[in-house]
Design a protein around this ligand. Structure first.
Ligand code: SF4
Length: 469
């Protein structure tokens, strides 16, 4: 069977004038994972519109499109073109799971929930000529998942080709989290076996890895066994965690010994009222400062994530948050305008209160205010969001943040990382256009590299012995 996998681009990423680096970071791992279920005789193509031009003048028998909220309109356009050409189109992903009836208007089949169990079923039905209109994930497990078809990924087009996911979902349930909504109605968090995860890591060339798991430290025993298995591999990696997991036990020391060099943390808000209202209890009563000091002591850089516009936020929230992030020594910060994604409890609440402004999904991109905030106007919220980015990434603040916490070499690396990320956007654009992005990977590795910490941590055998007892 001829099967084409497509990741449509966000509207702005198709601009001929500028290619933000954030769209050329990671390859479409989800689609390459689904491709692994295809038969060896199938003819497969995978197109990521963020980094290459999509042509729709071919004739695949099945087109599989990954849809998330801001690319939904583009995904539907592509689906309509292929259906008009007589191809079968299957749509899946976060947005399809949230709004299957909307997606169904543009598809022969919609897939709700994670694809590991759905997609083999869909393929079998397609081969038998009995494609169903809707597939809903019935079982959730990563046992026996075949190796990702990385051969379909054009590695040279990405800064971080070695992205990897060893779990699905998250043990927490923040009410604004779009990903949490994806796993509603079933197991919300599950992992690969440690052996399968280590085997996938072994298959990846080079040193650098980026774990795209929502919460890499979410299952402490799994994480410790994984990190024990990675010791001695000479890897450098980045990942995401929560504050409470960093403060609990010594998993973060295991991670550092295995090569963790930077971590994404969802601080989200400095207001307890906001955290409580968002069901983000894992951040409540946590000592952010202690977590940050611990990470700096281990030579781990921090990318802090913050949401603006929650109900306890007033107009001073932008300045206060930036100042806090700088004085705490965060290396990079990711700011978001609060966005009520369909399918989340947050969306239901804002909609019930009559505060949704529109349903133009292209603007549900965490940069636009799509609802009326409680204590400021939508325009003030958007202005404050942009100001926060400008202020955090001023040269003076990059230098000030890098000067806080950790050894001198760690501070220098953090300065280089933040400056390289945000102060050279035209250079990133040039590298993307000239297809030389992959040449920057050694530089990234050089910035992240440092001698392994002296502290000893257990081997994978030790961890498994502990697990058995
Ligand atoms: S901790 Fe992060 S990934 Fe997990 S539910 Fe909350 S926002 Fe989502």
């Amino acid at each position: 069977m001829r099967i084409k996998f497509i990741l449509p681009a966000l509207t702005e990423a198709t601009s001929p004038f500028f290619r933000p680096i954030k769209y050329s970071l990671f390859p479409p791992l989800g689609l390459a994972t689904l491709a692994a279920y295809c038969a060896p005789s199938d003819q497969l193509t995978l197109v990521d519109e963020h980094v290459e031009t999509l042509r729709c003048d071919d004739d695949p028998e099945l087109v599989v499109i990954q849809v998330y909220i801001t690319n939904a309109q583009r995904a539907y356009e592509i689906a309509d073109v292929y259906r008009a050409r007589g191809c079968k189109v299957a749509l899946g992903g976060l947005h399809v799971t949230a709004l299957p009836d909307e997606a169904a208007q543009h598809a022969d089949a919609v897939c709700c929930g994670p694809g590991e169990e759905i997609f083999p079923r869909l393929l079998a039905d397609m081969r038998a000529g009995r494609l169903q209109a809707r597939y809903v994930a019935q079982a959730r497990s990563l046992l026996g998942v075949p190796p990702i078809r990385r051969d379909l990924i054009k590695r040279s087009l990405y800064l971080v080709p070695n992205s990897i996911v060893v779990s699905r979902g998250c043990p927490h349930h923040c009410d604004f989290c779009y990903k949490d909504a994806f796993f509603t109605g079933g197991k919300g968090f599950y992992t690969q076996t440690v052996d399968a995860a280590l085997a996938e890591i072994e298959r990846l060339p080079g040193r650098h890895l980026y774990f795209l798991d929502d919460h890499l430290l979410g299952h402490q025993r799994f994480a410790q066994a994984l990190f024990a298995g990675m010791r001695g591999m000479g890897r450098l990696f980045q990942g995401a965690s929560t504050v409470d997991a960093i403060l609990r036990g010594d998993t973060i020391e295991h991670a550092a010994a295995a090569g963790l060099r930077s971590i994404f943390i969802g601080f989200e808000s400095l207001s307890d009222a906001n955290l409580k209202a968002s069901n983000k209890g894992q951040n409540l009563r946590q000592d952010y400062r202690q977590a940050i000091e611990r990470l700096h002591g281990l030579g781990i850089a921090i990318n802090g994530s913050f949401v603006f516009g929650l109900d306890d936020d007033r107009e001073d929230v932008f300045e206060r948050t930036v100042e806090w992030a700088v004085t705490q020594g965060l290396t990079t910060a990711t700011f978001h305008v609060a966005t009520p994604y369909p399918g989340t409890a947050y969306h239901a609440r804002i909609e019930a209160e009559g505060r949704l402004l529109h349903r133009d999904w292209r603007r549900y991109d965490t940069r636009h205010a799509v609802f009326t905030p409680r204590h400021m106007s939508a325009a003030t919220l958007e202005r404050g969001y942009w100001r926060a980015y400008r202020d955090f990434y001023r040269w003076s603040n990059i230098a000030r943040a890098a000067s806080r916490g950790g050894a001198f070499a760690h501070r220098l690396r953090r300065f280089a990382y933040a400056a390289g990320w945000k102060k050279f956007e035209p250079l990133w654009d040039l590298l993307i256009r000239t297809r030389r992005l992959a040449g920057m990977l050694p530089l990234l590795e050089g910035i992240l590299d440092r001698p392994a910490p002296a502290a000893s941590s257990p081997t994978v055998a030790d961890v498994r012995t502990g697990e058995a007892s």
